[in-house]
Design a protein around this ligand. Structure first.
Ligand SMILES: [Zn+2]
Ligand SMILES: [Zn+2]
Length: 239
């Protein structure tokens, strides 16, 4: 026969954790307005972190391409180096490219990250936001080279609200010496990284540790003549 005290103990198999905690602490756990607000704040923070992480990764890759990838390197030279050199000499040439032509390399990177996250069972919604932004970063970059008429009202509004990078902000990257503002998704990270002299310090470290020197960017004034293929492209002799 069970005692009155025993009868107060619920059968643990039939209660969930919340009920169990309520019984044992005498408190009631409910979805309060402040709890919902906290969930929203945490969700927004996770979203912002995913966006900033994507912006940083894309900026980091952009910095490597601009500073170190040379056009005469095997494989990476023609695939990555040349399009980057061309973009600094003729920024609007990029606008003619299709979504896939401008984003294929970042899509590969994004697919790799998504694959690893899936394998690690870590493909959460913030990781998905991160992956989608990494894969489409050059599309946002392309919008920063197009006119308001070319972009249409929605993209122009997102740029006006500074939710994605706008034309004026990205123009800083295309101003001599073209060695700052590598992040192309938002306008939030570049000022912080420039304040910290992040890229300059990284280049100094690479020079000290590995004697890696920045490639000469002939799109800058007084930095030498542009390669012949760029001159032909500028004259429209090759597409
Ligand atoms: Zn660049
Ligand atoms: Zn650009």
């Amino acid at each position: 026969m069970s005692s009155p005290a025993d009868r107060l103990v619920p059968n643990i198999e039939f209660v969930d954790a919340t009920t169990w905690l309520s019984i044992h602490t005498g408190t009631s756990i409910q979805a309060t307005p402040s709890g919902i607000m906290n969930d929203w704040i945490v969700g927004l923070l996770k979203f912002a972190l995913a966006v900033l992480a994507a912006d940083f990764l894309v900026g980091f890759v952009h910095w490597i391409e601009d500073a170190y990838v040379r056009e005469d390197w095997p494989v990476l030279g023609p695939l990555v180096g040349r399009p980057n050199i061309l973009h600094h000499h003729l920024p609007r040439h990029f606008v003619r490219k299709s979504w896939f032509q401008s984003c294929w390399d970042q899509l590969l990177l994004a697919a790799g990250i998504a694959g690893i996250a899936f394998w690690m069972e870590a493909l959460t919604w913030p990781v998905m936001v991160f992956v989608v932004l990494v894969g489409n970063a050059n599309q946002i970059h392309k919008w920063a080279h197009r006119s308001r008429r070319e972009n249409g009202p929605i993209i122009s509004l997102l740029q006006d609200l500074h939710l994605i990078q706008g034309v004026r902000h990205h123009a800083i990257h295309h101003t001599d010496p073209k060695s700052m503002h590598y992040c192309v998704i938002t306008e939030w990270l570049n000022p912080v990284l420039e304040y910290l002299r992040f890229w300059t310090r990284l280049e100094c470290l690479l020079w000290r540790w590995a004697h890696l020197r920045r490639r000469v960017d002939t799109s800058n004034r007084r930095h030498g003549a542009a390669p012949e293929w760029i001159r032909l492209q500028a004259r429209g002799a090759i597409s």
